[in-house]
Write a protein that binds this ligand. Sequence first.
Ligand code: AMP
Ligand code: MG
Length: 347
Amino acid sequence: MAKFGKDVEWAASLLRSGKLVGIPTETVYGLAAHGLDEAAVAAIFEAKQRPHFDPLILHVPSASHAQHYVATWPKTAQTLADAFWPGPLTLVLPKKNTVPDLVTSAQPTVAIRVPNHPLTLQLLNLLDFPLAAPSANPFGYVSPTSAQHVLNQLENKIDYVLDGGPCEKGLESTIIDLSTPIPTLLRLGSIPINEIEKVIGPIQIKVNQNSNPSAPGMLDQHYSPYCKLIPFQPLNSLNAEQPTQQSDQYTPVLSDILQQFPAESIALLSYSSQDFQQFPLQWQSAIPHHFVLTNSHPDFAHAASNLFKTLRNFDEQQLKCVIFTWAPKENLGLAINDRLQRAAAKR
Ligand code: AMP
Ligand code: MG
């Protein structure tokens, strides 16, 4: 049997027998397993080399299915589900006992969402259990936005990839914790904060909590290609509560970089072609490789869908060092900067 294709029935039969399947979503590709089967869930952690303290998201075909696995379903959950599901919003709610502790890293809450991809919705509708699915990449590396990305790194560890084409959004889901008195943003993602606040009013933001077990996946260093990423200017905090990262204070010096890396292994990445002019002419001529996330400023959606593909491209071209400019600090630019910041954080 081929390792990838569009055979939803085959994917369903593999998942029923506890196997691992790559699944397309509108955000990134997931590494899916039977979400109520401890051994299948354990295989996800093993394949990704993901630490057990980093919990998984359950994927279900509808909001009414989500209610089977949570102990409470507040009005805000229904309002958000009506507004954004199927779509890139993950809700964190108190869990029912049927959800294995392995899925939630022994936390009393579970993260759950309805993904918006026709093949995966078809698949979820064939199953009578939820799919646990983190992004289908080795832990800490850039998330995959195509079936080929999944196979490149996990081919020997999984049974099949359902090929749903390139991911439309290209950034992970936004995560909102509804188990707190005020809804709390735990991860910036494909739905910008302002769109969520339009629907449920002000939310609190708690995105950079490396040592906080309520969102252990949000590590300082994550989404990282092997090549070194260096911001061209400092990024002021994304929000007041967030401590400034070490990488924020780094201002690169061209001669230092050229001393450390051969010029042909260095690239410049700018948010847009317009932003490229932020690099001095001397940099533009000394550094041979130039990348942009989008040609039309600000076009957040286009830039977001290009981000992970571009980061992977750096490694595919064996670049050693990329100096980048930040996205505008609004809308999806906040999530793009969040990923760039973690990708650039020191290992
Ligand atoms: P990934 O699927 O690889 O994008 O990672 C899933 C993300 O969801 C991680 O950042 C987890 O920390 C987060 N997550 C999963 N379950 C919970 C939970 N119960 N509470 C808070 N965050 C969670
Ligand atoms: Mg991930």
